[in-house]
Design a protein around this ligand. Sequence first.
Ligand SMILES: NC(=O)c1ccc[n+]([C@@H]2O[C@H](COP(=O)([O-])OP(=O)(O)OC[C@H]3O[C@@H](n4cnc5c(N)ncnc54)[C@H](O)[C@@H]3O)[C@@H](O)[C@H]2O)c1
Length: 255
Amino acid sequence: MAKSHHDKIAVASGGANGIGQAFAQRLAQDGAHIVIADIASGSNTVSMVEQAGRQALACTCDVSSVESVKALASDVTKHFGRCDILINCAGIFPNQPFDEMTFADWRRVLAINLDSVFLMSAAFAPAMKQRQWGRIVNMASSTLGSVVSGFVHYMASKAGIVGITRALASELAPFGTTVNAISPGLTRSPGTLARVPRAGMASMEDEYTHAASMQAIKRPETPADLVGTVSFLTSDDAAFMTGQTLNVDGGRVRS
Ligand SMILES: NC(=O)c1ccc[n+]([C@@H]2O[C@H](COP(=O)([O-])OP(=O)(O)OC[C@H]3O[C@@H](n4cnc5c(N)ncnc54)[C@H](O)[C@@H]3O)[C@@H](O)[C@H]2O)c1
């Protein structure tokens, strides 16, 4: 029997590491061919995708740059002819108190986390519309529903992502294309491991343990906890679901 994502083409920004890499691996296991769009080397993810028996293309791409996203879209068209599934996972989350945050810090987070979703959607949605089938999945964050400090720019970018998810869903729904977002809790990844712990936390290990204590399911979240949701949202089974932001955070935020 054909797999759920048989021969679909999925573009995963941020697919070189962490959650994006886990998404790329899972979608390949589901039968998709994968494009990794990242500023970091995607070679490890390429191996994972090939191990799953699917084709992989790693593109160096800065998702906050108009030119870079344009070049990516051209590479994807040349190599695979189309993009059926767009996963906007690239993101940064520097922890900075507001009174130390410069306008350049603010702009950088907004550019990488939010402008990227505009640019990538603008690059790939028109062809999804034309083919009357597409799936876009964006990354929100449970910080939006939590009491945390140091993330004014980050929370603003993620609130923007919830907004673009809702708004774009209406425009693409008539064309068989859905737009949804996943909102994870604090998840172990290279990015969070490298980040400065929040005020009052001695290390990121402490922060993972603290986050777990705030969840209904009291263990730290990993990328593996998120892959089933992205698999579902990008499948035919999720065709009637759009504009939603799903909390996948061990029950930390309820809405
Ligand atoms: N890990 C968490 O706790 C958590 C929680 C909520 C939401 N998220 C969101 O999930 C996404 C992935 O997070 P992660 O923890 O896997 O991060 P990560 O840092 O481990 O991986 C992020 C990837 O994005 C890439 N990237 C960064 N800037 C880029 C750019 N300008 N262009 C292209 N690629 C770029 C990095 O090179 C890296 O490969 C982010 O959007 C993040 O905000 C993460």
